[in-house]
Design a protein around this ligand. Sequence first.
Ligand code: DQA
Length: 181
Amino acid sequence: MRDRIPDRRAPLPQFDRAKVPTPMSRLIYVINGPNLNLLGKREPHIYGSETLADVEADCRKAGADLGFDIRFLQSNREYEIIDWIHEAREAAGGIVINPAAFTHTSVAILDALSACSCPILEVHISNVHKRESFRHQSYVSLVASGVIAGFGTQGYTLALQRMAKLMPAASAGPDETPGTD
Ligand code: DQA
């Protein structure tokens, strides 16, 4: 009988934070790179006539339908994009990024994205593969789960739909395997 009495001096089992499943964040960062603030005015024959404000409204609507909170951002400054990626690393369930010209040049953005464990989807409004050869190379594609190019601004909402598939907790049924169709 004595054996059954718990030893009060024995250490309590430790609470292991790492073993507690954290719910997947429904916050999606939609990050836009340089010159995309000029969308609608800049080379409309390539990028169309929708403005970035229109794209943001589309993303917010699609995000609401999919159960996502959207943080929609644009900067012409590389460091600011890197800081937002660091923020997303802590807070976001996914990143949709159109790094614009930084796609083809920025090892620093690649490194920041490499530090994130959430799904990353790369979007280009134009079909970069049909354009100059320097646009065929993307550092970001090395870490992106998928790339959408040439679907116009619709690419952003398509990326959010894909994100919902990659994050089943946000919208898909329980027996749906992440990352499959
Ligand atoms: C772009 C394609 C890039 O090559 C270009 O520098 C951009 C926009 C696109 O959305 O098609 O600024 O990312």
